[in-house]
Design a protein around this ligand. Structure first.
Ligand SMILES: [Zn+2]
Length: 305
């Protein structure tokens, strides 16, 4: 009976039960909306930052610097690699931030920092699609850095999420695919118990659209957190699957959730256009998404249903 119950719970809760069913965890910390607003503003100032551009290199350096400032005790490493892409050989940089080693179970929290490529005559700030996810991750790092964590958290800032033309093996999701493959080869992936992706969560008119491929347990816990935090009105459904940086991890059996608002402006008209500017996003929206992500981590770790 105990075994069956444990097995049933493990099925429902993913892989956390064996380590954390009885674990007591404190209250989840909160992020700072003003801080995240400032960070998004600063990040946008690095300019267009499509993969392989000078702006991407600048943005990667800025993220490292901010992580070291915000959480000096955490390890900041850069995973640099080159890939043959549809536009030739491109250098990519993922930034990983964690405490201690990667040999213990952890939750991966990720966002992409690259922006969609546009020719120089079309201004593209990537305030929501790029900077908001980065600012949310930095805000979460700042909120949890000194806390007694219920489970280890690894932060990943991905390069090369955006496709130049169409998503395929040589176009788009470069950073996330490379990290999943690297971790699979070196054995780290088995410690990655869940992945939470944040993308385009700064929209002033926030509506997080959960895609159909969201891990069932994570969806359940996220909605439960949203109910308890009185944030349920900000979370809805997306009718299909969404191709994003969670997919390479999902393809390797990792339970994933993509916190993304795929209704950006009327008819999604601010998405991948010069309308994606700082005035369309808010620190409050980033705080809602970031606090939901933190609460989801706490719930996953506690094994609460
Ligand atoms: Zn995009």
């Amino acid at each position: 009976m105990v075994y069956r119950c444990g097995f049933f719970l493990a099925l429902l809760l993913g892989l956390f039960c064996n380590v954390s069913c009885t674990r007591h965890v404190g209250k989840a910390p909160e992020t700072d909306a003003v801080l995240m607003s400032k960070l998004a503003e600063e990040h946008v100032k690095t300019g267009p930052r499509y993969a392989g551009s000078d702006g991407a290199e600048k943005a990667a350096l800025w993220i490292q610097q901010k992580c070291r400032e915000l959480s000096p005790a955490w390890n900041v490493t850069v995973q640099e690699f080159e890939e043959q892409t549809v536009t030739g050989n491109v250098k990519f940089r993922n930034i990983l931030v964690h405490k201690g080693t990667l040999n213990q179970d952890f939750v991966l929290l990720a966002a992409h920092y690259d922006t969609k490529f546009f020719p120089p005559e079309i201004p593209f700030a990537g305030a929501n699609d790029g900077a908001s996810g980065v600012a949310a991750l930095l805000g979460i790092l700042h909120a949890v850095k000194d806390k007694d964590l219920p489970v280890n958290i690894v932060f990943a800032f991905f390069d090369g999420e955006e496709a130049r033309y169409d998503y395929n093996e040589k176009d788009g999701l470069h950073g996330s695919r490379y990290l999943a493959e690297t971790w699979k080869k070196n054995g780290t992936l088995k410690h990655c118990k869940a992945m939470i992706l944040l993308d385009m969560i700064g929209d002033k008119n926030l509506n997080i659209t959960l895609s159909q491929d969201t891990a069932r347990n994570m969806r359940h816990l996220l909605l439960q957190a949203a109910d308890q935090m009185n944030l349920r009105k900000y979370v809805g459904d997306y009718p299909g699957n969404i191709l994003d940086d969670h997919v390479p991890f999902q393809n390797n059996g990792i339970p994933c959730i993509d916190l993304i608002d795929f209704q950006y402006g009327p008819e999604n008209s601010y998405w991948h256009t010069s309308e994606d500017t700082l005035d369309k996003i808010s620190g409050e929206s980033m705080k809602i998404a970031a606090d939901l992500a933190i609460n989801l981590i706490w719930k996953l770790a506690a094994g609460v249903l």
